[in-house]
Design a protein. Structure first.
Length: 750
């Protein structure tokens, strides 16, 4: 095989054989291309395994070529597609169509940070013209930054799929739709409405709603807004409840809000579409500002099930004829009556493991002194649309649903191991793209309709009643099963909602969505998870999940973590606060570089570009500000739920740097009481993480020592024990310090 040619294609037999027959040519008949080192500039190529190439820029003008086409490109194959993994951002990725090499025959894009194998597609139909003849080739330019690295595989041309064709046709229409929606949403959020809902309490069979009123010219109603409806632009207000005098009472002078228990009597009345039935009487006072307290039936009949108003929000509206006008912000449930009176779980220590699963190395829980873990749950892989011998039937809202028995039993085994050790568990709730879901009917229901194929996972589908129904059914099954007082199947305490939402384009995809619109949907997903979990455990929390990119990103598809948190706080303030937590991933600046003390894109302000091990004090300080607290007085729970320093290889130097990095961040965390847990990720080195070795153990298939314990394993074991200081003494020389106090930032963060 020609050493200048690297195979970056799927290992299919025909293609493998052809590479040896035609080592200097691309295979147009399959649409696949090969990278060639011949005539490359400022580039180093190497094989990365599994059909992938590793590409590194060694100078300021890095480019390389594909091998020439051995046959004409099939007509209609206008989409250049490949998969890549990169911990760095490339602001200018340029494709030239040769010969000749000319700016007029090129197209530019960007390659964002992708810390998981991600598909990238570039539609070249506007620039291909007559390119694609036998002998034609591409030149790929990788910006101008020495040291940029990526891994790339499966480079090929294909025809646009139906989804891409539809997306292209609707692109401008969707942009206009989003612009209108954003204006409407901002108008709703920032409006100073005259009325207010002050408390929503969910009982076994009823919803108790309280608020303040004054007389207007029209008829006042309490309106239900189901979770899949958007209050700012398309709420149907299908269910209206009048607020008659019998439910009203005067608020004594000096009081501005009504809280639970204000009057003793609560009447219940039924919701009827576009009208309300007669209330049961309670007459209030007649002087001062008017408050009300009324009960709504918790369940209402939907098409084929009982819809649970636990998930709805409520708003006061004025109705004149057919016109409905908002008079308050909406409000979700403040308090939910729990089936089980479970005690709150308090951590005995900060050490945890990310991505735990029961198996050969379960004993690490004991050996390492683990007090918390995360468990990945692809819930769309659990559900089935039809019963079979391999499904478990369960009911939600009076309707029967089906779960894959193997999926459930596998998670039972994992959660039983953690439960017997009294370990705190946070489930990571993930929604697969429909194409990766075993049951395609379920996949189509649960995938967000705007999910782009470039994403690894999807945002939950909060846009349809059916999407919310199946999502809620899955969560109800899991929360109920894993909250039993007897822990028969195990215990889940908290729920991390999706993955790294600031990098939503990769990990929680809902297309090219504006920050506010994205967060509006994500907030709904968090509410669904928390409200359902609280039915069974009064202390369960939904966690927002964020990368180390805090107030900076170069990727146009990414959001700023700080912005997302501030939007979530705004929703909490306007629509009823709820006790959500933060699952942060403060990896070092480069995932490949364990020496976080050398990070450059960090400072000790609340506007720092990144939050990494080096400036983790910023997150600790941010969460202690009163405006960030639950109800203004309770600090929100913070878990560092996914992070681990890398060992570039298994050399003694690399392994020592990895272990020293763990000691470095631990000594910082010892004095940071705003951060409750550090769940080390990854438990073991994983071949699917683009060459990273961030595990406590080696690759399970390592030739020398399969899943062998790395030095960081022993350091992690000794942290928080009497053996700690001796175990980490070596790290001072690696870091370049004499005393651990040198790594801690003691000044105020502003």
């Amino acid at each position: 095989m020609n050493n200048s040619l690297f195979r970056c294609v799927a290992a299919i037999t025909l293609l493998f054989e052809a590479l040896f027959l035609f080592p200097g040519q691309a295979l147009a008949q399959d649409g696949y291309l090969q990278l060639s080192a011949e005539n490359a500039n400022d580039i180093e190529l190497s094989e990365a395994g599994a059909g992938a190439c590793r590409v590194e820029a060694t100078g300021g003008d890095p480019y390389l070529f594909t091998a020439p086409l051995s046959a004409p490109l099939e007509k209609g194959r206008s989409v250049l597609t490949f998969e890549y993994f990169s911990a760095g951002y490339l602001d200018k990725f340029q494709v030239f169509f040769g010969p000749p090499i000319s700016e007029n025959n090129s197209l530019s894009g960007e390659l964002g940070v992708r810390e998981g194998w991600t598909s990238y597609s570039l539609d070249l139909s506007r620039v291909l013209n007559d390119w694609g003849k036998k002998g034609d080739f591409l030149r790929l330019d990788l910006g101008s930054t020495p040291g940029y690295q990526l891994q790339i595989r499966n480079i090929h041309f294909r025809k646009p799929n139906a989804e891409e064709q539809a997306r292209a046709a609707n692109y401008e229409k969707n942009k206009r739709r989003q612009a209108v929606q954003k204006v409407a949403l901002k108008k709703y959020l920032y409006n100073d409405y005259p009325l207010e809902l002050t408390r929503v309490s969910v009982k076994t069979d009823s919803i108790i709603i309280e608020g303040t009123l004054f007389k207007t010219g029209g008829k006042l109603f309490l309106a239900e807004v189901p979770l899949h409806e958007d209050i700012a632009w398309e709420a149907s207000f299908e269910y209206l409840f009048d607020i008659p005098a019998e439910f009203q009472f005067d608020i004594p002078a000096g009081k501005s809000k009504v809280f639970a228990g204000t009057p003793e009597s609560t009447a219940e009345h039924s919701g009827v579409k576009r009208n309300a039935s007669a209330p049961v009487a309670k007459t209030g006072m007649t002087a001062g500002k008017t408050g009300f307290r009324m009960a709504i039936p918790r369940y209402r009949l939907a098409d084929d099930h009982q819809a649970d108003r636990l998930l709805s929000k409520w708003v006061i509206v004025e109705k004149e004829g057919k016109d409905v006008r908002l008079l308050s912000h909406a409000r979700y449930a403040d308090h939910i009556e729990s089936l089980y009176d479970l005690p709150e779980k308090h951590l005995a220590g900060k050490k945890g493991i990310g991505g735990f699963h029961a198996g050969k190395y379960t004993s690490d829980l004991d050996s390492l002194g683990i007090t918390s873990v995360t468990v990945n749950m692809w819930i769309s892989k659990m559900l089935r649309s039809q019963p079979s011998d391999n499904t478990i039937s369960f009911e939600y809202g009076g309707k029967t649903y089906y779960a894959d028995k193997n999926w459930v039993e596998r998670h039972d085994r994992t959660l039983q191991e953690t439960a017997k050790r009294d370990i705190l568990v946070s489930s990571i709730v993930l929604i697969d793209k429909a194409v990766n879901t075993p049951d395609k009917t379920i996949g189509a229901i649960m995938e967000h309709p705007d999910c782009d194929p470039a994403g690894i996972y999807s945002m939950a589908n909060m846009t349809s009643a059916e999407g919310v129904e199946y999502y809620a059914a899955a969560m109800d099954f899991l929360a109920k099963r894993y909250s039993r007082p007897d822990k028969q199947f195990g215990r889940i305490h908290h729920w991390i909602v999706h993955n790294e939402v600031d990098a939503g384009w990769v990990w929680t995809n809902m297309g090219e969505a504006d920050t506010l619109l994205f967060m509006d949907t994500y907030h709904k997903s968090m509410r669904l998870v928390q409200n359902i979990a609280r039915q069974y455990n009064p202390h369960s929390k939904a966690f927002i999940t964020l990368t180390h990119y805090w107030n900076w990103t170069l990727d146009k598809h990414f959001y700023l973590s700080k912005d997302l948190l501030e939007i979530l706080l705004e929703y909490s303030s306007l629509e009823g606060d709820f006790d959500w937590g933060i699952a942060h991933h403060p990896y070092p600046e480069s995932l490949f570089e364990p020496k976080s003390w050398e990070d450059e894109k960090v400072d000790y302000t609340f506007d720092t570009p990144l939050i990494t091990f080096k400036n983790i004090e910023v997150l600790d300080a941010w969460v202690k500000q009163p405006f960030t607290m639950y109800l203004g007085k309770h600090k929100r729970t913070v878990f560092l739920s996914e992070q681990g320093p890398n060992s570039r290889d298994y050399s003694a130097k690399s392994l020592a740097e990895q272990a020293a990095s763990m000691a470095y961040v631990w000594k910082k965390m010892e004095v940071l009481d705003g951060i409750e847990a550090f769940q080390f990720h990854n438990w073991m080195d994983n071949r699917g993480e683009g060459g990273l070795r961030i595990g406590l153990r080696r690759f399970p298939d390592d030739e020398e020592d399969p899943a062998g314990k790395k030095p960081v394993w022993y350091v992690f074991r000794d942290l928080g024990t009497p053996a700690q200081e001796k175990a980490i003494e070596f790290a001072k020389d690696v870091i370049g310090i004499d005393d651990w106090e040198e790594v801690r930032y003691r000044k105020a963060v502003e």
